[in-house]
Design a protein around this ligand. Sequence first.
Ligand SMILES: *Cc1c(COP(=O)(O)O)cnc(C)c1O
Length: 490
Amino acid sequence: MRSSDHLLTADSIDQYAATLHRGVDHLAAHLAGLQRPFSGVTPADSAAKVGPVDLDGPTLDAGAALAELTEVYLDDAVWFHDPRYAAHLNCPVVVPALLAEVFVSGVNSSLDTWDQSAGGTLIERKLIDWTCRRVGFGAESDGIFTSGGTQSNLQALLLARGQACLQEDDPTAPLSATLARLRIFATAESHFSVQKAASVIGLGAEAVVLVPTDHLHRMDAFALAEALADARTRALIPMAVVATAGTTDLGAIDPLDRIADVCRAHDTWFHVDAAFGGGLLASTRRRHLLAGIEHADSVTIDFHKTWFQPVSSSAVLVREAETMRHVTWHADYLNPKAAQLPNQVDKSMQTTRRFDALKLWMTLRMTGADAIGDMFDTTIDLARELFWVLTDEEWAADFEVAMQPTLSTLVFRFRPVEVDPSEASALNGRIRRELFAGGEGIVAGTTFHGETWLKLTLLNPTATVGGLCDLLDLVRTTGHRLLDSTGVVQ
Ligand SMILES: *Cc1c(COP(=O)(O)O)cnc(C)c1O
C-alpha cells in the first residue's frame, strides 16, 4: 500500500467504506456481547496492556488493529449503554447523532470561517436560533457551539467581564484595577467550572462569592440581593450572577425568575448554567421547571448530557448578540474586517472547530425534540420512583435519602442503624469503590453535609425500576458484607 492510500480521497472510497463498515460491525458485536458496564480493570492491569504496545513497531491491518483495540480499550471501557451505569452525567447516545459523526469527521469541515464550512455554518446558526427560541430569547439572541459546559460557562463569564468593564465609571482605570473589583455570585452547589472560569479570566477563584441556599439547596434570592448590595457598598463590581438549572449532585434548580429580578435591579449579568437541566427545553411535561430562563443574559446547554448526544456537544447562548463581540478578533488571513461573511470564529474562543452541531441536526431531523424530551422525562420519573422505593419500609432500614429529586439524580447512603454515624462516610466510600472494582454496577460518590454519600445519575431511559432496585440491592449486600467482614470500616 502506498502511504497515501490511507487518506480518504476519491481513489480510496472502497477501502474507506469497507474499513468503516468493519468498525461498525466490530462495535456492534462487542455491544451484543456486553455482560456488565465495566470489567473492573485496575490502572495497573490496564497499564500492562497499553504500555507494551510499540507505536514504532510494524503497522497492523484493520482486523489486527481492531483486535488490539478490543484488548487495550473495549474490554475495559466504561459503558454508558448499560443501565447499571448510573454514576456521572453521561448518557447513552442516539443513533442519528452517530450517523452524523461519520460526516463530521469524514467531511471534516472546520466551523471557524465560511470558506471552511459554507452550509455547515448556516446549519449551526439555525440550531443556535432554534435553541434560543426554546429558551425564550428574541430575534437579537445568538450563541455558539462549544466543547462542553465548562467552556460554555467560561465564555459566558468572559462576555460578562467585557460588559462589566464597559460599564465601569472610570474608563481610564487600568484593566487590572477593574478586574480586582469584579465579583461573581454563585452557590456552593454551583459547578466548579465557575471558579475555574473566574481564575482563567483573571479574577481568581476567590472572586466567586457563595450565596446561601434554602432548604432545597437552591440559591436564596433574598440573600443574593443582600450580597449584591453589600458588594456595592464595598466598591466592588457585581460582574455576574450564576444560577444553576440543575445542580450536578442534587439537580436543584435555582429560582430563576426571582434571581432575574434581583439581577435587573442591580444591573448585573445573569448567567444560567443549564448544563444538566437544559434537556427540559425539549420536555413536553416539565418545561415549566425552567421558567425565568428567558430573562438570562447567557445560558449554558450541554447537549452531550440530557440531549443524548455523543461528547462533545454544548452551546453558550446570549440574549443580546452584540455581547459576543468580546471574543472577536480579526486576522487578515482568516476573517478580515471587510469580509462581510458569516464567520463563526468571530463568536468563538476556538479557531479550528468541529462541526458538532451536525449531530444535533440529524437528531432533530430523525428523532425529534419531543422524543429527546420524553427520554429525559423518563429518567426523571425513574429517579422520583426510586426515591419512594428507598423511603419505603423494606429499604428505609438500610438507606437514607438526601432529598426528593427534581431531576434525574438521587443522592443517598447506606446507613443501617448499627452503623455508627462516624463510620458512615468511610463505609459508603468503600461501597462505591467495591462496586466499581466489581464492574456489575457503577454509582458515584459525593459529599453531602460534609459526609460521603452515594449518587445515582440516571440518564438511561431504558433502565427500569426493577433493574435499578437490583443495583441498590447490590449496594446493600456490599454494605452488609463489608460490615460483617471487617466490623470496622477502613
Ligand atoms: C457537567 C456540568 C458542567 C460542566 O460541563 P462539561 O460538559 O463537563 O464541561 C457545568 N455545569 C453543570 C451544572 C454541570 O452539570
